[in-house]
Design a protein around this ligand. Structure first.
Ligand code: MN
Length: 201
């Protein structure tokens, strides 16, 4: 099986300035995301070794490390495509209709999403997800849990459409402890075309 690899960004590290500083983007992508990729590959490698030696105790611990790092890898992979230097504005078409149906208006959606991001205690993510019935919903997950892991594990389920990383590593250099300012700035760089593609896929 092929190793997991760090995806390239489709824009420069500094492209989201001043909303998200290039220094943050570079550290976040080349160090933090890279560490999740390396961690997932290491967990798989060690798991193969533990299987070979029949060490089931080790496998149980490695499962947790694998889920954490793989969650980090998939969450960040969505996050990078959710942003663009040409972002901002608002969704259109079927995605806009689904947001209006679920929240009443785009502004109400933004309010709910921002609230989910602001009130996620400690580290985690805020999400706009697509449910099995095609509707959309807002939720948040802890640490590197993904909505893909399902309700029982992540407390949130559905296909991730838009994710906002609210770990301090995502905003501290720009905003220090002012998470709400980071959340407000995020709207300026959201790539709604990419979100709509995920919704339609
Ligand atoms: Mn992160």
């Amino acid at each position: 099986m092929a190793d997991y690899t760090l995806p390239d960004l489709t824009y420069d590290y500094g492209a989201l300035d001043p909303h998200i500083a290039g220094e943050i983007m570079e550290l976040h992508h080349s160090k933090h995301h890279a560490a999740y990729v390396a961690g997932a590959n290491t967990a798989l490698e060690k798991m193969a070794g533990a299987r070979d030696s029949g060490d089931f105790g080790a496998i149980a611990g490695l499962e947790k490390a694998l889920a954490f790092n793989l969650g980090g890898h998939t969450n960040h992979s969505v996050f990078w495509t959710n942003m663009s230097p040409d972002g901002g504005d608002k969704p259109t078409g079927e995605l806009a209709a689904a947001i209006d149906a679920a929240f009443g208006s785009f502004d109400k959606f933004k309010e709910e999403f921002a609230n989910a991001a602001a009130t996620r205690f400690g580290s985690g993510w805020a999400w706009l997800v697509k449910k099995d019935d095609g509707s959309v919903a807002v939720c948040s997950t802890a640490n590197q849990d993904s909505p893909c892991m399902g309700e029982a594990v992540a407390g949130c389920s559905g296909k991730p459409l838009l994710g906002l990383d609210v770990w301090e590593h995502a905003y501290y250099l720009n905003y220090q402890n002012r998470r709400p300012d980071y959340i407000a700035a995020f709207w300026n760089v959201v790539n709604w075309d990419a979100v709509a593609e995920r919704f339609a896929a």
